[in-house]
Design a protein around this ligand. Sequence first.
Ligand code: HEC
Length: 156
Amino acid sequence: MKIAISIIFVTLCTTAIAASMNVGYPVNYRSWQHLKSMAIQPGHPLESPFGGIHHIYANPLAMRGLNTDDFADGAVFVFDLLDYIESENLIVEGERKRIDVMQFDRESFADTGGWGFETFVGNSKTERLEQDVATTCFSCHESVASSSYVFSQFRP
Ligand code: HEC
C-alpha cells in the first residue's frame, strides 16, 4: 500500500513538472540569426492570423539543429509578425502583431514532436494567446515531420 501511494505521488509530481514547463519569452531574439522573411497579403488563406510581414530567427542551438537535423533542448525559433504599410510603391514594416515561438525540449513537449509552441501578443513579453497549440500550431507543422517539424532553412 505504501509503495502504491509513493508511486501515485511520484506520478503526480512528474505530471505537475511536465505541465509547468512552458515556452519562455525569447529575450534578445532580434540579435539571433535571421533566416528569412515573407509577406502574406490579403486574400491568402493564411491571412488570418498570419497576414503581414514576418521575419524568422534562430538561436545558436536552432542553427546547429538545422545543420545537423538533430535539435537539442534549448533550440528556439521565432516567427516575428509585423503589420506592413504600403505607400508610394513601398512596403515598410508596421507595428508588431505577435511573435510565435517554437522551443525544443524533447521530454516536456513530447506530444508535439519535442517542440513547445507559444504566441506572445503584440509587443508583450508576458501576454500569451490562449490556444490549444496541438491543433492551432502543431497540426500544420506536422506536415514537415521529415524536417523535425521546422519549415525554414538557412539560406547562406
Ligand atoms: C497553416 C500552417 C501553419 C500553422 C497553423 C502554424 N504555422 Fe508556424 N509556420 C508555417 C510555415 C509555412 C512556416 C514557414 C514560413 C516561411 O517560410 O516564411 C512557419 C514557421 C514557423 C516558425 C519558424 C520555424 C519554422 O518552422 O520555419 C515558428 C517559430 C512558427 N511557425 C510557430 C508557429 C506557432 C507558435 C503556431 C501556432 C500559433 C504556428 N506556427 C502555426 C505554417 C504554420
